[in-house]
Ligand binder design. Structure first.
Ligand code: FAD
Ligand code: NAI
Length: 508
């Protein structure tokens, strides 16, 4: 009984503690402390983008040390790992968006934000040209922003490899708008398939959802789609539910190439149970408004052409460079051999450029283009810039002390010398910042039917696991990673709402 009483007390205290913590976080968000006044004598640090790399930098940066300007066409941060869940309405899109203005306001030093696209970077004049591409334009739509230091964190675009018809006919899955478009199109296909007197072949085409690219984006989307049909559509529109099909097309011999072999096999067998057909060694060559044409490599070395009629096509074949990054690379001779992004050194400095750093998917630092890498790079740059500011401050102090030592009669030279030594020691410690080192925490992916796969780093080794327990791990890991308390509560609420009432299938 004593043990029971203690367990009860501890549970009570931890629940109470959680509520107090959440309450405190909400209070702080709603009542931020006054910001220190802007100091024009500080260096101007311009950050391009509001994605994983740039926002991680901003969150950890001591903004009172710089005049910080953030420029991005997106005035929010997007928690991409939960984006596939928005395509079916499991999670509402606003639950994974965090307004950049709230992040800027939560900083001690003021941060200026411009909702604009950086159109070009002049490295000689140290200027970024920006353009307002929003629907409502003022008299000024283009202008220049000078910088002392520049961080490029603009991410990447969807790769289409120039395959005809892709841009015109497919949906991508990178931004909130893409997820909303997919959600709308899925329901459009369903309602059109349920239209009176619809021919059987047309129903089959409309309910055939094709996903191209068997990387994590394609796999997670296929899993979410299957769940949506099994959990909701089958119950609400049973007459057409059996005609629903999901096909995943992948050019390589297997899906999820970056995961361990046993998890690839587990994913493929789970997809088989979920009746998601996987076509590997199948390269899409052409897309029309109603069909995907692909070439299959057969075991005997021959190739066969197959056609997949589709209702919805989602294209998830990875990343390519944004025009801004391509132009910047072309203007820097040292970047001429780099193909996949801005080549950076071990301190994330863009090679061949002065005072420019790059983070995330637009930078080539030898790691995969993931949120994990981008956020660690952002954190590293924040540490670097915080240290640089402290270095400048200490150097200035050493200079002032040294001159007082030489010039001012009557100062206690022993005291001043001690202070100088102290400052020099601190300076040395700060200057010893180690180069960027990426620490891989593991890879996680949702594969449908409340199952997930995880390759997790564990004491210099790797633990591979798949199944329902991994799914709960996946959910709690991502919930803990969501940047703000507000978003965490919204995501929790969405999960609960979908569990209790099903997904909202109304088409906006
Ligand atoms: P992004 O996060 O893409 O941000 C780029 C920013 O730059 C955006 O704010 C954009 O608006 C802005 N921008 C674009 N052009 C300009 C311009 N010209 N001027 C100024 N700003 C500009 N990774 C994981 O590690 N785990 C996951 O579970 C995971 N899931 C994912 C799920 C999906 C559906 C997708 C698409 C990706 C996922 N990723 C995941 C990958 C991860 O999202 C990216 O690696 C990460 O977003 C890269 O961060 P970034 O800061 O480089 O770019
Ligand atoms: P990806 O680059 O990982 O995979 C794209 C796949 O498309 C490749 O396997 C490629 O072989 C295939 N492909 C290319 N052209 C093709 C064609 N014409 N026909 C058929 N298949 C074709 O891209 P993805 O999945 O968008 O991921 C991008 C980045 O984001 C990766 O680094 C990934 O690790 C990360 N990410 C991580 C997630 C996670 O950890 N859960 C989720 C989503 C993305």
């Amino acid at each position: 009984r004593t043990a029971f009483r203690w367990i009860w007390r501890l549970t009570y205290l931890s629940v109470l503690g959680t509520f107090v913590y959440i309450g405190y976080e909400i209070y702080q968000d709603r009542n931020p402390e006054p910001q220190v006044p802007r100091d024009p004598s500080k260096k101007t640090l311009v950050i391009l983008g509001t994605g994983w790399g740039s926002v991680s930098l901003l969150k950890k940066l001591d903004t009172e040390n710089y005049n910080v300007i953030v420029i991005s066409p997106r005035n929010y941060f997007l928690f991409t790992p939960l984006l596939p869940s928005c395509t079916t309405g499991l999670i509402e899109h606003r639950s994974i968006m965090e307004p950049i203005r709230s992040i800027c306001r939560s900083k001690k030093g003021p941060v200026t934000f411009y909702e604009a696209e950086a159109s070009s970077i002049d490295t000689n004049r140290k200027i970024v040209k920006i353009r307002d591409n929003s629907d409502i334009r003022g008299d000024t739509t283009e202008t220049e922003v000078p910088y002392d230091m520049l961080v490029v964190g603009v991410g990447a675009e969807n790769a289409t490899f120039g395959i005809p018809g892709v841009r015109e006919n497919s949906c991508f899955l990178k931004e909130i708008g893409d997820a909303q478009q997919i959600r709308k199109k899925i329901m459009d296909c369903v309602e059109t398939a349920a239209f009176k007197d619809q021919p059987a072949a047309e129903i089959d085409r409309l309910l055939h959802m094709v996903v191209v690219g068997g990387g994590p984006t394609g796999v997670e989307f296929a899993g979410e789609l299957r769940d949506f049909f099994e959990d909701d559509i089958r119950k609400l529109i049973p007459d057409i539910a059996d005609r629903f099909r999901v096909t995943l097309i992948e050019a390589l011999p297997n899906v999820l190439p970056s995961f361990s072999k046993q998890l690839i096999e587990y994913t493929e067998s789970t997809f088989k149970e979920e009746e998601i057909s996987i076509h590997t060694k199948t390269m899409v060559k052409k897309v029309t408004d109603k069909a995907v044409e692909a070439e299959v490599s057969k075991p005997d070395g021959t190739k066969e052409r197959i056609v997949f009629p589709y209702g919805l096509l989602v294209w998830a074949t990875g990343n390519t460079l944004r025009p801004l990054v391509r132009d910047l690379m072309a203007s820097i001779p040292a970047q001429k051999d780099s193909r996949r992004g801005l080549a950076v050194n071990e301190y994330l400095v863009v090679q061949g450029a002065r005072d420019i750093w790059a983070v995330g998917d637009c930078a080539v630092a030898g790691y995969a283009p993931t949120a994990q890498v981008a956020s660690q790079e952002g954190n590293f740059l924040a540490r670097l810039f915080n240290n640089m500011a402290k270095t400048a401050e200490l150097e200035e102090r050493i200079q002032t002390l040294s001159s007082s030592l030489n010039l001012k009669p009557g100062v206690n030279s022993a005291d001043v010398s001690r202070e100088i030594e102290d400052a020099e020691r601190k300076l040395q410690r700060i200057k010893d910042i180690k180069p960027f080192h990426y620490s891989h925490q593991g890879s996680l992916a949702y594969i449908g039917s409340e199952k997930a796969v995880a390759d997790v780093s564990w004491f210099n080794g790797n633990v591979a696991s798949g199944g329902t327990m991994t799914y709960y791990f996946w959910r709690s890991a991502y919930l803990s990673m969501v940047f703000s308390t507000r978003n965490r509560l919204l995501v929790l609420n969405d999960w609960l709402k979908s569990k209790l009432f099903g997904r909202d299938i109304s088409r906006e």
